[in-house]
Write a protein that binds this ligand. Structure first.
Ligand code: 5AD
Ligand code: SF4
Length: 375
């Protein structure tokens, strides 16, 4: 059987997708190559969140032209730019959106017979996608609780490439957690673009007497906490607009839930937050942080974007002030990158490149001093 390698760009969600897909392929009899060298089949699992990530994935793929038997571009950039890639890179055999990944074993078989695939549809993934036992790590695992997003932050391409928010059923999430525990993995990270959006309405079809009851994220955490053998629960990402005190109270009282919160604020300027459609103000965010420190007393990390259209020096200084004030353990700082399909794409990308770079550097330097305890 041929050897397959998946090169992953981007976030934890992509990494889990690659892992689940490798597991599926292993069950189909494929060998998993531990590195690019020696692989007959290479799938490039791509990220579209910023242009830079797309460029890296494209040049990586181009470097493999005529070097492997089957080459695929899968994931977010396939969905965003599939037609264009098919035209410009005719040597790519499989182009597959995130929603169609469970069908890759079939696409590979067809590629072996010389047929190319362009599968760009959106839709609900079959539950079986998550069922294989292959894991990258021995002592921790990621479990997807929802795919897609319906928040439509104006800079973000995710709702367009991963589709609207779709929830996995609580019983499916729990059975995946239990499977990890059976594999000896007791530290779990729950993944969703915004975990707080998890609101699953139980129905008769869920085999529960609790038809009609809503399982929200806090309730889901309570259910997972009770699973025998679980030792540590982490989750990403939390959106400030619907992070609740109830979550903080559970985090405070739990022996299992890690006292760390990834809470992206993106900008400290109310005007920019509004243009981003984030649904909170700087004051709301700082109040949430106060509550978090008071109730949980844990650590924090965040994401920040500099150079969003119309961002002035004053807006930027508001963002800087939040970093100085909150003292995040980590902050991921990004330069704004206009993304197709998004609302902000129609705004003029008017912060000059040099200013974006200057602001980016300034925040990176500041955060480095904070993270190393020098501020
Ligand atoms: N430009 C720059 N950064 C972005 N992010 C999302 N979209 C963009 C974009 N268009 C950042 C946000 C998000 C993180 C995952 O990526 O900060 O929280
Ligand atoms: Fe993108 Fe906003 Fe959804 Fe996060 S919450 S994935 S930033 S649209």
């Amino acid at each position: 059987m041929p050897k397959v390698y998946i090169k992953t760009f981007g976030c934890q969600m992509n990494r889990r997708d690659s892992e689940a897909l490798l597991g599926l392929l292993q069950e189909e009899g494929y060998f998993l190559a531990s590195s690019l060298q020696g692989a007959d089949i290479v799938l490039v699992n791509t990220c579209s969140v910023r242009q830079h990530a797309e460029n890296r994935a494209l040049s990586f793929t181009a470097s493999l032209k005529n070097k492997v038997k089957i080459l695929g571009i899968i994931g977010c950039m396939a969905k965003a730019r599939g037609e264009e890639i098919a035209q410009k890179m005719p040597y790519v055999d499989i182009i597959c959106s995130p929603a169609k990944m469970a069908e890759i074993p079939r696409f590979l078989k067809e590629a072996g017979e010389g047929k190319k695939t362009l599968a760009l549809e959106d839709g609900t993934r079959p539950e079986e996608f998550y069922h294989s036992s292959f894991r990258f790590e021995k002592d921790r695992a990621q479990v997807v609780i929802s795919t897609g997003c319906s928040n439509y932050c104006t800079y973000c391409i995710v709702p367009y490439v991963r589709g609207p928010l779709r929830l996995r059923r609580p019983q499916d999430i729990i059975s995946e957690v239990k499977k990890n525990i059976d594999l000896g993995i007791r530290r779990i990270t729950l993944l969703g673009q915004n975990v707080n959006d998890y609101q699953y309405k139980l129905s008769a079809g869920d085999g529960s007497a609790l038809g009609g009851q809503i399982i929200d994220f806090v309730e889901l955490l309570r259910m997972i906490e009770k699973i025998e053998g679980i030792e540590e629960i982490n989750f990403v990402t939390s959106h400030p607009k619907n992070t609740s005190r109830e979550l903080f109270e559970l985090m405070a009282s739990s022996q299992k839930i890690k006292k760390h919160l990834h809470l992206p604020f993106q900008s400290g300027s109310d005007r920019i937050l509004k243009l981003m459609n984030r649904g909170y103000t700087k004051q709301d965010y700082l109040k949430l942080i106060d509550d978090y420190y008071c109730i949980v007393g844990g650590t924090l990390s965040t994401d920040v974007i500099v150079g969003f259209p119309t961002e002035t020096k004053k807006d930027f200084l508001e963002t800087k002030k939040i970093l100085e004030k909150v003292h995040f353990r980590y902050a991921y700082i990004f330069k704004y990158s206009p993304r197709p399909y998004t609302k902000a794409f129609s705004l003029k990308d008017d912060v000059p490149k040099e200013i974006k770079e200057k602001r980016h550097r300034e925040l990176l330097d500041l955060q480095k001093r904070i993270s190393t305890g020098k501020v």
